[in-house]
Design a protein around this ligand. Structure first.
Ligand SMILES: Nc1nc2c(ncn2[C@@H]2O[C@H](COP(=O)(O)OP(=O)(O)O)[C@@H](O)[C@H]2O)c(=O)[nH]1
Ligand SMILES: [Mg+2]
Length: 312
């Protein structure tokens, strides 16, 4: 995390002087989105930023990295940090995912604790938030009766001293401005960390890899998505109408998984490739030529050298 802060400081220092020309009372800070897998963290972040930065599927543990989204106006800049779902780690990759959550919590000015209104009380995450400034965001409110939501909010309020409670529906766009306001109320005065027109800090290739991973999560059941990671091994930008050339390597743990991913006569891989290319083109707003390759790396999720080189 020091590394990130360092990068931020570096960026600010290198920017033009008018970058510091911010109005008095300008606020900036970090808001962490935490909660159990599938609570709706990535959906809320995308809804707040107004762009799909974090991939979303109906499967838990889709998000593996900390994904940064920026919400700026003339008077503020909120750095939203989407995180992997809080869980008991069972393998090396999950351990790293939980380290990411811990580091993000330490850095946050305010924690948005996302709790699914349709699920039982999430005491598992709450136990890890003691002593922090936390706003409860009760998610998926469109799926429950109002009385049920009120009851759930009350039960949560009894379990933890929240600074505020906000029921939302990210898919319906309900109460999102309240979330922003509650975050803003807890942001310190300060200059922006990033240029105001920027919405994230990740390079395009990160999003490209994530889109391919999303298609795999959507297309396959059970263990395949969890045993998969995607590396962008070549990314050649070309001048339109020439298409950008992108090579993505899909890594799995076993030959059987490779066979499933490729499918009969390559049908499954082709389907993923087509769906991913469409979304990548929409995201980048330019045509791309996407090639997918599948590789087997035995037990990569538990091996530090692979986890390091795959960016976890
Ligand atoms: N009905 C409804 N579904 C939601 C809402 N927010 C998220 N979801 C769904 O819940 C699932 C998990 O969402 P996601 O954002 O990936 O959760 P995360 O694991 O916490 O990041 C997806 O299928 C979303 O479409 C909401 O406000 N209403
Ligand atoms: Mg997520």
């Amino acid at each position: 995390m020091t590394l990130l802060l360092h990068t931020l400081v570096h960026r600010v220092e290198n920017d033009s002087p008018d970058f510091f020309d911010v109005p008095e009372g300008h606020r900036s800070g970090y808001a962490a989105l935490v909660g159990r897998p599938n609570a709706g963290k990535s959906t809320l972040m995308n809804a707040l930023v107004g762009r799909k930065l974090s991939i979303v599927t109906n499967k838990p543990q889709t998000t593996r990295h900390r994904v940064l989204g920026l919400l700026s106006s003339d008077d503020y800049q909120i750095v939203l940090l989407d995180t992997p779902g809080v869980l008991e780690p069972k393998y090396g990759l999950q351990k790293r995912m939980m380290d990411v959550v811990g580091q993000t919590l330490d850095e946050a000015d305010v924690v948005l604790f996302l709790a699914d209104a349709t699920k039982p009380l999430d005491t598992f995450t709450l136990e890890r938030l003691a002593g922090r400034p936390v706003v409860l965001v009760l998610t998926k409110i469109d799926l429950v009766e109002q009385a049920e939501a009120v009851e759930k909010a009350a039960a949560y309020a009894e379990a933890f001293p929240f600074q505020a409670v906000v029921p939302v529906s990210a898919t319906e766009g309900f109460n999102l401005e309240r979330v922003v306001q509650e975050v803003l109320d807890r942001m310190p005065d300060g200059p922006p960390f990033f240029p105001k027109d920027q919405i994230s800090e990740h390079p395009e290739r990160f999003f490209v890899g994530e889109i391919v991973r999303e298609k795999i999560f959507q297309h396959f059941r059970e263990e395949v998505p969890y045993a998969t990671t995607v590396n962008i091994v070549q990314y050649v930008e070309r001048v339109p109408p020439e298409k950008d050339l992108i090579d993505a390597e899909i890594v799995v743990e076993r030959d059987t998984q490779k066979a499933i991913l490729i499918g009969k006569g390559g049908a499954a891989l082709k389907k993923i490739g087509t769906a991913a290319r469409r979304d990548i083109e929409r995201f980048l707003d330019r045509p791309v030529f996407l090639r997918l390759f599948v590789k087997v790396r035995d037990d990569w999720r538990n091996r530090d050298t692979f986890l390091d080189s795959y960016g976890y």
